[in-house]
Design a protein around this ligand. Structure first.
Ligand code: NAP
Ligand code: SF4
Length: 645
């Protein structure tokens, strides 16, 4: 289980909650856990109050974790994370005083003595980790953090013994490993996360990566983990549009060059993918992180030969990385109990009731399975022929194919927990009043726009486009630049997700290893259509998209020459096209079709009627508030209600 910062590291009683978080994963059979990154000193901390391990008081907190994990045959290593110039505070330090494009702070260039202090701090942190009962440490040497900043010319412009030639630039990494080894025993695991692919200009080339890997092995590293891409890289590495196991070939390339075990990482989210990597000899270990947020029992379900029961990580980043970067507690869109284990407790219901859940979208599915798990007798009504709601549209977006895994997961849970599923059923009011409790999870309907010509058959809703019920022309205007406007644009630009080869070409990844940083010139496929994406607001389009993924969607559209227009007023549609004003200047967009992606409105039939009749009724998800509709809120609300009823 790979390193993930949960945010629990910094809150009162957080270590009790962390202990339960790790305990559940250890109990379910994870072989080796690597903790979230912990700083070896103040200057290396990710933000001013970020967790550090620098004294004995902190050792006691960490023992809470190691004690519970070691009740199972699981090893646990502490990740030592020094963020260098990525630190979000004014005391940041680095090889050179070069500000990162993703940070508002300029780091101080370390003196030679300053560097020696950092090395001692790493060693002290490892010593304290040993004292706290950890089986080892992972030294974070990739992703553009402190050690990586010394290794790459991009960030190291020194001309002393710590800069200049490659031997000098890797000196820090090697000295840290040696110092850690000196302070710990030979059976204390040292994992080094090496950057196999920086994905930034002036990064390492493959020969340099090889050289470093061999030197690390000689310095006493036990395991090498694969780091892919600096945080400032503008190439996606873990988002849902990244093909599964997209970067394993780089770990494989290293395999014959070193004798220490290698860990493969990034977009490994099913047991089949993991097993294939090991069975084909591409790596010795596989490291999954977010999949353990989505399902703490990933390993035990795989071991039991029941992979279909796994709640699969869909790589959306919406409740994990987006939360981390917004300094909120980490959780998971498909599993809201992640990092909230002590708060989401599924107890048997005190009184088992008959409950109707109307609507089998994310909110309704989550509510129905948790209610059933607690012993209620649940009937789930869905007027469509399949469960999934908005996820059935999302899974059609190129690169979002993994969303179908969530629908599969709920399908298996509904069957396993004997939820009485009624598909193709428009439930009636008279049926609902026979239940002891009713949950309305009927979701949303697309917002319509009432303007001259908008009743024309060439003005269509995103639902018709994604369902394939209309044939869309080559010139398209999309009204609305929220998540769905962007999704529809991608759908109209290329019909399917990219395989690894196409992905490398599109994003400019050099697999040959010759180019510094592993970057090359992108080869952009010809867009299928000419698209204009419009919004009424002023400012940049896509400002409501996810913090860690919005840039990917914007880049996709920009690379495909999508025209992005803000400050637009819509006037009418006719044979000439879509008539608009941009900053009050008239323009006609000569388009074949207009696709309306103007958000949604609540759809909650029966609710008020049932309330008025005194029926015990609840409203959740988009049916309650379409404006904030998203699957994260929907699944969370559905689960929370089910735990209360
Ligand atoms: P949305 O995010 O609310 O965006 C609706 C868009 O329509 C906005 O650009 C809005 O911008 C415009 N609009 C609203 N009312 C309008 C009107 N009366 N006339 C013309 N334009 C209007 O809704 P969505 O895109 O349908 O997404 C729904 C939810 O799904 C969101 O909460 C989102 O979180 C989630 N989602 C996210 C992603 C993602 O992050 N990649 C993808 C899909 C869905 P103006 O008012 O400026 O015109
Ligand atoms: Fe995976 Fe999304 Fe959950 Fe993060 S929030 S763990 S990316 S499913």
């Amino acid at each position: 289980m790979g390193s993930m910062h949960t945010g629990l590291e910094e809150i009162p009683n957080g270590y009790d909650r962390l202990a339960e978080f790790y305990r559940q994963r250890a109990e379910a059979g994870v072989g080796l856990i690597i903790t979230g990154g912990i700083a070896p000193n103040e200057e290396g901390a990710a933000f001013a109050s970020a967790a550090k391990l620098v004294n004995d008081n902190e050792v006691d907190l960490h023992r809470k974790i190691t004690n519970v994990v070691h009740q199972h045959p699981t090893k646990i290593c502490l990740q030592i994370l020094h963020t260098g110039r990525y630190a979000f505070h004014p005391n940041a330090v680095s090889a050179s005083s070069l500000q990162a494009p993703i940070s508002p702070f300029s780091p101080k260039e370390l003196s030679s003595d300053g560097i020696k202090k950092q090395i001692l701090d790493f060693a002290q942190c490892a010593e304290l980790a040993k004292k706290a009962g950890y089986d080892g440490v992972e030294i974070m040497g990739s992703e553009g953090y402190f050690i990586n900043q010394f290794i790459a010319l991009r960030t190291n412009q020194r001309n002393d013994e710590w800069g200049g030639c490659f031997e000098n630039r890797i000196r820090l990494a090697l000295e840290i490993v040696k110092a850690v080894r000196e302070k710990t025993d030979s059976d204390f695991l040292i994992i080094f996360r090496i950057s196999l692919l920086d994905l930034v200009e002036n990064g390492s080339n493959w020969n340099e990566v090889l050289h470093l890997a061999k030197a690390l092995e000689s310095a006493g590293v036990d395991i090498l983990n694969s780091g892919i891409g600096w945080h400032e890289a503008r190439i996606p590495t873990i988002a849902t549009s990244v093909p599964r196991a997209a970067f394993t070939e780089f770990t494989h390339k290293l395999k014959s060059e070193v004798s220490v075990p290698l860990i493969a990482t990034n977009r490994i989210n099913t047991p089949e993918i993991a097993e294939n990597i090991i069975a084909s000899g591409q790596a010795d270990l596989v490291c999954l992180a977010r999949p353990f947020l989505a399902d703490p029992k990933f390993v035990s379900k795989a071991q039991e030969g029941k992979p279909e029961l796994i709640n699969t990580c869909i790589a959306c980043n919406q409740a994990c990385l987006d939360h981390t970067f917004e300094l909120k507690l980490t959780s998971c869109l498909v599993n809201p109990s992640a990092c909230h284990e002590t708060l989401f407790i599924t107890k048997p219901a005190t009184v088992a009731k008959t409950i109707a859940v109307v609507g089998a979208g994310p909110a309704g599915m989550a509510c129905a399975v948790t209610l059933s798990e607690r012993g209620h007798s649940v009937t789930l009504y869905e007027q469509q022929s399949e469960i999934g709601g908005q996820f059935n549209l999302a899974k059609k977006i190129p690169g979002k194919e993994d969303y179908q895994e969530t629908v599969r997961y709920f399908k298996t849970q509904i069957a396993r927990l004997n939820v009485n599923l009624k598909l193709n059923t428009k439930v009636t009011h008279s049926e609902l009043i026979n239940f002891e409790s009713v949950v309305i999870a009927t979701g949303v309907t697309p917002r319509k726009i009432d303007l001259p010509g908008f009743d024309h058959s060439n003005v269509v809703s995103y639902v018709d486009v994604l369902n394939g019920s209309v044939e869309i022309g080559n010139r398209v205007a999309i009204i609305g630049a929220g998540g769905i406007g962007f999704d529809v644009a991608e759908f109209l630009l290329h019909k399917s997700g990219r395989d690894i080869n196409e992905f490398q070409k599109f994003w400019g990844i050099d697999a040959s290893g010759e180019n510094p940083g592993g970057v090359s010139i992108p080869i952009i496929e010809e867009p299928a259509r000419a698209i204009s994406l419009l919004q009424r607001k002023s400012g940049k389009l896509g400002s409501t998209l996810g913090k860690t993924t919005g840039w990917i969607h914007r880049a996709e559209l920009k690379l495909h020459k999508v025209r992005m227009l803000s400050s637009v007023t819509y006037k009418k549609f006719d044979e000439a096209g879509l008539h608009i004003l941009i900053d009050n200047k008239p323009e006609i967009l000569d388009v074949d079709h207009v696709v309306v992606c103007a958000g949604q409105v609540e759809y909650a039939p029966f609710f008020q009627e049932l309330v008025d009749q005194g029926i015990h009724v609840h409203l959740i998800g988009g049916a309650k508030k379409a404006g904030e509709l998203d699957a994260k809120t929907a699944i969370k609300e559905g689960t929370e209600l089910a735990l209360r009823l």
